[in-house]
Each structure stands twice: as C-alpha cells, then as structure tokens.
Ligand binder design. Structure first.
Ligand SMILES: [Zn+2]
Length: 460
C-alpha cells in the first residue's frame, strides 16, 4: 500500500502529538466554517443571528462561540444541514449516496447526504486505521445489520469499510424492509450464511449478534471459522460482552475477540476501544472534533467532566454538523492512553443514553446500571425495563416499574428472584416481573436493536 498522505491528514495520526493534530484540525475547521457561513442553510443563518463571521471561529478553541445544535434542529429540517453541492468542486460535492438516521418518535427517517469527498474520506480513514479496529484483508465479514425500508448508516457503510481494506462481505438481509417484494431473510438463514461462507467476523448490533450466536447454538451450526465480533449500535456492558464470548467459546469459534464500536449515523465515523474497558478512541480526528458540553449553558467542559458529547465535522461536503449534540452522556480525555500509547482523544466513561437517566417515583435513576446487572444473568434470554403509570387509566398515577423477562421455563422462577434482588440494590422501587416470549421483547426480524428501556408515562 502506498502511504501518500494528503494534507487532509497526518501519517499515523492516532499517535501524533496533540498540538500537531490540533493544528491540522484548526486549519480544516477554518475551511469548513467559511463554507458553512456561505453555503450551509442552517449554520449560515445561525452565525448571522449570533453576529458571528468566519473570522470569529478560526480555531477549535474559538468554536465555543457557536451555539450547539441538536437532533431536534436536524429533524425539523434535515435538508438545511446539507452544504450547497454547487459550492464545492463536482469531484467533492457530487452526491455519492444517502443514508438515514432513525431515532425519531415520528418514525420518519432523516436523510444524511454523503458527498463523494465524504465517501472517499471515510474509505481512506478506515483503510489506514485497521491497526486499531483489527479487520484483515483476508477476513470474511457478515454484515448483520438489517435491511430496512431505508438505508441505515451502519448497513450501508459496512461494505465501504470492508471494501476499503479489500476483505469480503456477506449480506444477511434480516430485518423488515416493509416492501411488497419479500427481500428479507430470517435469522436461521443468517446463521447458515455464516456457516456457508466460513465467516470470520460477525458485525452488527450487540443484541442481534447475541441472537445469532444463540440461534447458532440451538441449530448446532458450525461457527468454528468465526474469530471476532464487532458490536455497535447500543451500549454493551462487560457482562454482555462476556456472554458473547462464552457463546463463541461454546460454539468452538477460532477466537473470541470482541471489538466495541461507538458511533452515530450523523457523525459518519466511529470510536473504538483499543482494549476492553480502555475507552473509545476517536478513529478520525482529522475529520471529527469531539467535545463535552454542559447542556444547560453550552459551555465546553474540561477533561474528565461528565456532560453531553458533541462533534464537529472538519471536512464534510454533504450533510455537515457543527457542535452537534449526540444525546449521550460521556467524559473525554486527551491524555496519552495508558493502555496503547495513542494520543487520539478517548471517551473514558461508558456512554449513557440521556434517555436512560430517568426519574422513577421522583428519584433519578441510571438505568444503565440496572442493565449492566441484568446482563450478568446468563439464563436471561432477553429483558425489557418498562416504566409506566401504575393505573393505566390514570396517566398521572404513581410510577410502576415492570421488568419483562424471557427465559427457559426451568430458569424463570430463580431469575425472578435474582432480578428482584438486583433491582433492590439500585433503587427503592420494587418492580413487577412479567414473563414473556423472547420475540415479544425483541423480534430480531422486526426491530434493528432491542429496546431495553420503555417509558410509557406521559410527558410532564
Ligand atoms: Zn488506547
């Protein structure tokens, strides 16, 4: 492979001194802010409203002058976040593809325009930085993301990454495209595809990869070729990863490596743990600037302080975000990583979806902690935490906590007892346990990922 680096990056950027990386980020940001001021519908308006000109935002430090933007802004008018394609040369601005984000309560997906320049930037970074992720050009990778009614970021970008390194990819096309053409295949077909192609890497949402392994065990499938699982799309606890490893071991897999990825469709990038529990490194500091923000004031928080993760695109030519709040609570570190020596910034806390911190009976509860504990129960097939009014006819009645669980009949009684004990360690609310079928909580052929927390209370 040639190592001709463009001025858009630095060689071995994940290990470069912080000031060298920051100088590159500042230079790229200046160019981006100039473009946004002149050709980005949302930010040109925002900057003018705030009486900001490009000269006011010349560095990543000065970026704090720009107010943050959020998913609500984006969903209100997704097209306003696309840079005018006419404003950049055609070889950069040509529309390569569109992916969509979900996460809306209306169910209406929002388009992310991926320009040719963005697509090549993505391929470049992933081809260069597999030393952190660990894919090899000899791998056969199962794309276990679902085929949905619209192209989801992960489904559509997985082949770009695989293609960038010259490995092979198998599509399993589970999910539900809701098309009149029956194009989806089932879970068993996904298991058989892994077997047939002697897949080496399983790549999907953690909860779905787990169901593939579970089903492979039930079918007695041959997963000996599998060496690694790459999981993303939902926070996974140590216990959840232990569970995946145990199942891989029981299947006689060649290895039981788990690579934990953290990203979002809007970012168009990923953060990767150099080793389990070490924190998520930014993989593309030449394309994304990360910061942690106090959501009340919009101020940037110092390393180690907990707040909302926000990112800024440094070189996008399609959909472009500046100081965009992701919706996860994290803390960040710019110190040299004690585990791997990389200088690339790291999320040093387990990202917690802001929706997982909720009030139950007036007390603030971090349900991520409860999820971590439930993941420790090996006999638990699936679970869901439901918060609802205790009287379904009175939306303002006392909160009720229901834990739905799915397990083999012989395990159900003991599990109920264990769960009551686990919950009591964390919150003073005694839950009601409900035994259900595992597909009732998470049908892998319908939903892209399991919904572990459901809040049915009316907004107040
Ligand atoms: Zn590291």
């Amino acid at each position: 492979m040639t190592t001709a680096f463009t001025p858009l990056s630095l060689p071995d950027i994940l290990r470069q001194p912080r000031d060298k990386v920051r100088a590159l980020q500042d230079r790229l940001l200046r160019e981006t802010v100039e473009l946004a001021y002149n050709h980005h519908p949302f930010y040109s308006k925002l900057m003018r409203k705030e009486r900001l000109e490009p000269r006011h935002i010349q560095t990543c430090d000065e970026l704090v002058r720009l107010p943050t933007s959020s998913k609500a802004d984006f969903l209100a008018d997704p097209d306003a976040f696309r840079l005018d394609p006419e404003s950049v040369p055609p070889e950069q601005g040509t529309l390569w593809k569109i992916v969509y984000t979900t996460g809306t309560t209306t169910g209406r997906p929002a388009p992310i325009y991926v320009a040719a320049h963005d697509h090549f930037g993505y391929m470049f970074a992933f081809a260069q930085r597999q030393e952190l992720i660990g894919l090899k050009d000899s791998d056969r990778i199962a794309n276990l993301f679902p085929l949905t009614p619209f192209p989801m970021g992960a489904y559509a970008r997985a082949p770009d990454e695989v293609g960038s390194i010259g490995a092979a990819v198998v599509f399993t096309n589970t999910g539900n495209a809701q098309s009149q053409y029956p194009v989806n295949r089932g879970l068993d077909a996904a298991v058989r595809a892994v077997e047939r192609h002697r897949v080496t890497v399983l790549w999907g949402v953690a909860g779905f990869v787990r169901r593939v392994l579970m089903r492979a065990q039930e079918l007695g499938a041959d997963f000996k070729s599998v060496r690694m699982a790459m999981i993303t799309g939902e926070a996974s606890s140590t216990a959840m990863r232990d569970d995946l490893r145990r199942r891989m071991r029981e299947l006689g897999a060649a290895d039981t490596k788990i690579v934990n990825r953290y990203g979002s469709t809007e970012q168009g990038g990923t953060m990767i743990e150099c080793q389990e529990g070490a924190g998520f490194h930014s993989l593309i500091p030449d394309q994304l600037f990360h910061e942690v923000i106090n959501p009340q004031t919009g101020e940037r928080l110092a390393d180690g302080q907990s707040g909302m993760l926000a990112f800024t695109h440094l070189m996008r030519r399609g959909t472009l975000f500046l100081r965009y709040i992701v919706g996860d609570v994290v803390s960040l570190s710019h110190d040299v990583c004690p585990h791997c020596g990389r200088t690339s910034p790291r999320i040093i806390s387990q990202p917690v979806r802001s929706g997982d911190i909720i009030k139950i009976k007036g007390a603030l509860v971090n349900l991520q902690v409860l999820k971590d504990r439930l993941d420790h129960l090996p006999a638990l097939d699936e679970y869901q935490i439901v918060v609802q009014p205790s009287d379904r006819n009175d939306p303002f009645s006392m909160d009720e906590l229901v834990i739905k669980l799915a397990a083999k009949p012989e395990d159900q009684q003991a599990l109920s007892t264990d769960i009551l004990a686990e919950v009591a360690k964390i919150i003073l609310v005694r839950p009601r346990i409900e035994i259900v079928d595992r597909d009732e909580i998470y049908d892998p052929l319908v939903a892209a990922k399991p919904k572990r927390v459901v809040d049915l209370r009316p907004p107040r």
